[in-house]
Design a protein around this ligand. Sequence first.
Ligand code: COA
Length: 247
Amino acid sequence: MERVEVDVDAVKLSFLKGKDVDIVYIHGSGCDATLWESQLSDIGGYAVDMPNHGESCKAEIRDIDDYAYFVAKAIKKILGEAIVVGHSLGGAVAQKVYLNHPKVVKGLILVGTGVRLRVLPQILEGLKEKPEETAKMTSRYAFSDEKLADEFSKLFAERATILLKDLSLCNRFDLLEKYRGGEIKIDVPTLIIVGEKDMLTPVKYSEFLKQHIPNSEMVVIPEAGHMVMLEKPEEFNRAVKEFLKKF
Ligand code: COA
């Protein structure tokens, strides 16, 4: 698969690219663009390695708005505007891309995410004190399939430092009251996807999004956990392709 590089404020951002479609995928905590390989090869588009992840360069990231800044500037350079897909932390980034840089977003796909992403204290503490064991536990929470979970836990263990940093940012992400109070209004077509067995961002988080985003639809994928795009790529891609017919 091809790689595309874009400079934002002298920080190199690297994207994995499938066929030329104006979709940009944003990975979750401790992951990178390779998370989206099934989507890139079937649907196409661009998957970003956020700063400090994958093949992208380092940058100072203080909050989710900083990730959103880099992603939005890169979208502007590559495509002008795009349908922005975000998973988990990436879903928080996608919301911030829309809220802070609305001109680059023509649609949103929010996957296994929410408006507030508090993290279990035993994950945050455990990643500092016993990273390998905690990576395994986190991975078990992330997948409905134990075999996939144990394969993936090695990646989480290798990336414990950035995983902890990302999860700490998630833990501080909170737009709940702003959505409730009507201060946030998303008015682009939005698809919400969640695995039926998601334990990290349960279905009720997606239901909240559905209730507060007027032009939205929700697809709950059976027999899938938090890593729904990896666990059920066919069902996931079918939902995305159906949504793309709107554009
Ligand atoms: N959308 C809608 N409602 C939400 C929400 C979201 N994204 N996040 C929290 N809420 C609601 C909860 O349902 C709860 O409502 P209730 O009082 O009616 O039950 C309320 O807000 C407070 O919940 P929460 O913010 O989660 O705080 P808590 O102190 O009750 O629980 C955790 C903290 C960490 C135990 C809990 O957030 C959790 O289990 N998180 C999932 C596990 C995890 O670590 N996920 C990682 C995400 S990246």
